[in-house]
Write a protein that binds this ligand. Structure first.
Ligand code: NAD
Ligand code: MG
Length: 399
């Protein structure tokens, strides 16, 4: 029987790759709902092609979308708005699978709603898990949601772990013969840029990733290595493992997507061409496999795979994320919120690239850390952190 999919963030880079995979399997999957924050023309094209029953946009865009629908004779798609619309489609009784691909904290409530409704949730929106951590993992357990990682590294780790690893007891210790996780990172566009040159890099340079084509925010995060920091926290929660069992490895070719080491001396790696269609297809069909447009890896074309230690002096974001995870409570939510503000300011050319980790560190040191025992506490920490980070942006601002 065909499964019904809701794509949160359908107009983004992950949304686009998801639609590419779904398009190849029309008998197995149908698109029930799509959401977008901007780029309505793209949303209209998606609605024309995939005929979803519901589209969600901000209420400020509702009239424009209705006009566009009329122009394009789309009468099969109902429009819902704002966060209530996002939550409604994420938990809709007719939805089987939710692709959580909104960027940033804006995805938290709809993603959590999908988890609480017991859906198969394909998690791309790492910020939602970084913020809510145990709350999301416990909700998945309680509501029997299947939370599957789409982030390429976490998807790779999931593929290399023993069967049933994520369902067994959550102790923070590696188990079932696992000894360590090796989380790979490409190193981003500035791997070989000097600290001095980093002071003057532009948003365009930061968004030009050597191996992956992605949204702007995650591209900047990859350049600061904050993306790897967020992924470290994401891995600790998804696989219930303390941060000191996770080693970050710079692997510039992005052919190995991460590795798992075992007590017997084995190291398992998942490899493939860097294309998000692979982890998306894996999470859609798991435990089965479905085809994608991705070419098989040509091993003869990749005669060298290199590995090196990350430079945490040049890229302090990684140490800040590790510190936030060790501290626990609301620290990861504070880290994430400050980073979102700093990245947005950098993209608007208000601050230097090197000010991003500075703002995150300042915010972590300023906002009081609290036990993260409720969603309200987390959302409050997020708001405090945004205020402090915004003040810091003004203090450090270029204009
Ligand atoms: P993107 O910027 O290309 O797309 C983001 C999507 O979210 C768009 O559909 C946009 O309309 C929507 N959106 C943005 N702000 C919103 C808001 N305030 N409210 C509701 N919707 C909003 O981003 P992306 O690269 O597709 O990344 C999406 C998520 O997936 C991020 O969390 C990112 O870290 C994660 N991820 C992306 C990749 C990748 O290759 N692109 C890989 C791994 C993980
Ligand atoms: Mg990743």
């Amino acid at each position: 029987m065909s499964q019904s999919v809701c794509i949160l963030g359908a107009t983004g880079s992950i949304g686009e790759s998801t639609l590419k995979v779904l398009q190849q399997h029309p008998e197995q999957y149908s698109v029930f709902a799509v959401t977008a924050y901007s780029r309505l023309e793209k949303l209209v094209e998606i609605c024309k092609q995939f005929r979803p029953q519901i589209a969600v946009v901000p209420s400020t865009q509702q009239d424009r979308l209705a006009d566009l629908f009329k122009q394009h004779q789309i009468d099969h798609t109902e429009i819902l708005t704002d966060e209530s619309g996002l939550v409604a489609v994420a938990e809709h009784s007719q939805v089987d699978i939710v692709m959580a691909a909104i960027v940033g904290a804006a995805g938290l409530l709809p993603t959590l709603a999908a988890v609480k409704a017991g859906k198969r949730v394909l998690l791309a929106n790492k910020e939602a898990l970084v913020m809510s951590g145990d709350i999301m993992m416990r909700a998945a357990e309680q509501h029997q949601a299947l939370l599957l990682p789409v982030d390429s590294e976490h998807n790779a780790i999931f593929q290399c772990l023993p069967n049933g690893y994520c369902q067994s007891e959550r102790t923070g210790q590696p188990k079932q013969g696992v000894s360590r996780i090796l989380l790979t990172a490409s190193g981003g566009p500035f791997l070989n840029t000097s600290l001095e040159q980093l002071q003057t890099v532009t948003p365009a340079q930061a968004c030009k990733h050597p191996n992956w084509s992605m949204g702007q925010k995650i591209s900047v995060d990859s350049a600061t290595l904050m993306n790897k920091g967020l992924e470290l926290i994401e891995a600790c929660h998804l696989f219930s493992i303390l941060e000191h069992f996770v080693t970050v490895v710079i692997h510039p070719q992005s052919i190995i997507h991460s590795m798992v080491q075992y007590v017997d001396g084995s190291t398992l790696a998942q490899m493939g061409n860097p294309d998000m269609c692979t982890p998306i297809a894996h999470a859609l069909a798991w435990p089965n496999r479905i085809s994608t447009p991705v070419d098989a890896l040509d091993v003869f074309a990749h005669q060298q795979l290199n590995f090196q230690q990350p430079d945490t002096v040049k890229f302090p974001a990684l140490s800040l994320a590790r510190y936030a995870m060790q501290t626990g409570g609301t620290a990861p939510a504070i880290l994430n919120a400050a980073n979102e503000i700093a990245v947005a300011a950098f993209l608007q050319e208000k601050i230097k690239f090197t000010a991003i980790p500075e703002i995150v560190e300042h915010t972590l040191n300023t906002v009081e850390n609290m036990p993260a025992n409720s969603l309200e506490t987390i959302l409050q920490a997020d708001q405090f952190a945004r205020n402090i980070a915004t003040q810091r942006v003004s203090a450090l601002g270029l204009k």
